[in-house]
Design a protein around this ligand. Structure first.
Ligand code: HSE
Length: 423
């Protein structure tokens, strides 16, 4: 039987989950997949902490040379996160001809091309199922199961923290600030929540998924990105009355050879399959030209779900005779390949003075910008009126221009919210 030695880098949530699954399933993996996988080393910065968290003392090391020089270690599974030291450790591993498995979406999205160069030199394998969607096998779906298709579209809820926050805001009518503080106290959100709540994490994952889907590297910085920190409880409540659920959606589309890629809050019609993906769950909707619609659903984070994806990569890698890197991508998407003026339906809420003629000024701005209104409602307050309207499909550029013009009207106090509506 083939024996394969593993080193796990990091023993936090994902590293510990990976170790525990490998320990618990060693015999079954031998029986079912014909490989004997042994964890030979666990590399950490703080050995004491790792040992307290359950890492066997004899495996723990903080000397990376122990791993690089150990010829019985075939696979290095990186579960540290962040750019450094993970990047250097993975490059050293690839240079030494060791296969790598990583759960690190930021590193992979930003430095995939560079890692690829090192991997191709030594013919090492590079596997990254755990970078997107936690335990959801989305990378394998895109790379191993869609050969008969041109992938036309990916739409996903791929950040569990923001989905948890938006779901609670929606269920409880609570404000973003209150739910975020509670989520941090409960450990659902990081002390510094920026990467999640401002949509960076989702944009890294979308960059990886789109690169595989469209077979061209998509740099994350070309993805239009808006987070959830400006989402207001009032709009969620009005959205509910209109039959909408709020979600942070990552969207990538192939349109006439060009790519549309964006991460931002959206109102989804309640009937959309992704509308029912709530709490910290992830859901990914893929459209292929031949297969049509596919939807994957599951836990996008957590020790055992993400550990499940890392272990799946380790077993997959251990069984390869020649190593691969899931996809041979050489082209890079540039700014010219990106559609910046996408189209969508839009929800808008604005506060205006309760004077005659204001509404007609606003509707004529819409008409001038080729924006057609689907529905509109007014709620009168003390001398002011709150106007909520939903548009038909409109161009993003036209909407932005119209908002600027509306905001410049002296009778308009504020455009309070603009949320794209996905059907
Ligand atoms: N911060 C990520 C999330 C963890 O909330 O989905 C998994 O990538």
């Amino acid at each position: 039987m083939k024996s394969v030695g593993i080193a796990i880098l990091g023993f936090g949530t994902v590293g510990a989950g990976t170790y525990n699954i490998l320990a618990e399933r060693k015999e079954r993996i031998k029986e079912e997949y014909g490989v004997d996988i042994t964890v030979k080393a666990i590399y950490v910065r703080n050995p004491k902490k790792a040992i307290t968290n359950g890492a066997p003392q004899e495996l723990v090391t903080s000397n990376f040379d122990d791993i690089i020089t150990d010829s019985s270690i075939d696979i290095v599974a990186e579960c540290i996160g962040g750019i450094e030291p993970a990047k250097t450790l993975l490059i050293e591993s690839l240079k030494a001809g060791k296969n790598i498995v990583t759960a690190n979406k930021e590193l992979f999205a930003k430095h995939w091309g560079e890692l690829e160069k090192y991997a191709s030199k030594t013919k090492a394998g590079m596997y990254f199922e755990a970078t997107c969607g936690g335990g959801i096998p989305v990378i394998r779906t895109l790379t191993q199961a869609m050969q008969a298709n041109t992938i036309l579209q990916i739409k996903g809820i791929i950040n569990g923290t923001t989905n948890y926050i938006l779901s609670r805001m929606s269920d409880e009518g609570a404000s973003y600030e209150n739910v975020l503080a509670d989520a941090q106290a409960l450990g659902f959100a990081e002390a510094d929540p920026t990467a999640d709540v401002e949509g960076y994490d989702a944009s890294y994952k979308l960059a990886i998924l789109s690169s595989l889907a469209f077979n061209k590297f998509l740099p994350a910085e070309l993805i239009y990105r808006e987070g959830i920190s400006k989402v207001q409880a009032e709009d969620i409540a009005i959205g509910k009355q209109l039959g909408f659920t709020i979600k942070l959606l990552a969207i990538a589309k192939l349109i006439d050879g060009k790519i549309e890629a964006r991460v931002h809050p959206v109102f989804l019609k309640n009937s959309h399959p992704l509308a029912s993906v709530s709490g910290s769950f992830n859901g990914i909707f893929i459209v292929g030209d031949n297969v049509g619609d596919i939807m994957l659903y599951g836990r996008g984070a957590g020790s055992l779900p993400t550990g499940s994806a890392v272990v799946s990569d380790i077993v997959f890698c251990a069984r390869q005779i020649e190593h691969a890197r899931y996809a041979e991508i050489s082209d890079v998407i540039t700014k010219q390949d990106i559609i910046s003026d996408f189209t969508s339906d839009y929800y808008m809420r604005m506060t205006v003075l309760d004077l005659s003629g204001v509404l007609s000024q606003i509707t004529s701005i819409f008409a001038d910008n080729n924006i057609s209104i689907t529905s509109m409602r007014q709620d009168a307050g003390e001398g002011v009126v709150s106007i909520v309207l939903v548009t038909h499909k409109s161009s993003e550029n036209n909407i932005r221009k119209a908002i600027k013009e509306i905001e410049s009207l002296s009778e308009v106090q504020k455009v309070n919210a603009v949320i794209r509506v996905e059907k």
